[in-house]
Design a protein around this ligand. Structure first.
Ligand code: FES
Length: 132
């Protein structure tokens, strides 16, 4: 079963969905992982209170790129409230394999970007109970 999830992650890494930039995005948020130097820029476009487009670019490991790819697919069509309600567990469920402490920052980089973006604050951090 885990093999299936690993293949799924590899597929998203090799064929990232929603990779690129949005022209005139409503939200653009850059996250940086100082531990490894990876960088992720995540952009959202709204129609009213719904996300109609989500894209990302940047560079990172398979886990960070796959989670960004999966997350952008997931948030398209969702309301801002639904996006705000996303948790660390939602991302880990999407990835579907056990993520150790070293990789946790990679796995959550895109969630950090999405949540900081929809909350519209510059220094939004994962809530205390979600911290690593
Ligand atoms: Fe850098 Fe994963 S090793 S984001």
């Amino acid at each position: 079963m885990e093999d299936l999830y690993r293949q799924h992650i590899l597929d998203h890494y090799q064929n990232p969905r929603n990779y690129g930039e949005i022209e005139d995005p409503d939200v653009s948020r850059e996250e940086y992982n100082p531990l490894c130097g990876d960088r992720l820029i995540l952009e959202l476009k709204y129609d009213g209170d719904h996300v109609v487009e989500a894209k990302f670019h940047g560079e990172g490991c398979a886990i960070s790129q796959a989670s960004a790819s999966m997350l952008t697919e997931f948030v398209e069509g969702k309301s801002v409230e639904e996006v705000k309600a996303l948790t660390k567990d939602d991302i880990l469920d999407m990835l579907g394999i056990p993520i150790g402490p070293v990789r946790m920052k990679c796995a959550l980089l895109s969630l950090q970007a999405v949540k900081a973006g929809v909350y519209g604050v510059s220094e939004w951090e994962l809530e205390e109970e979600e911290e690593l």
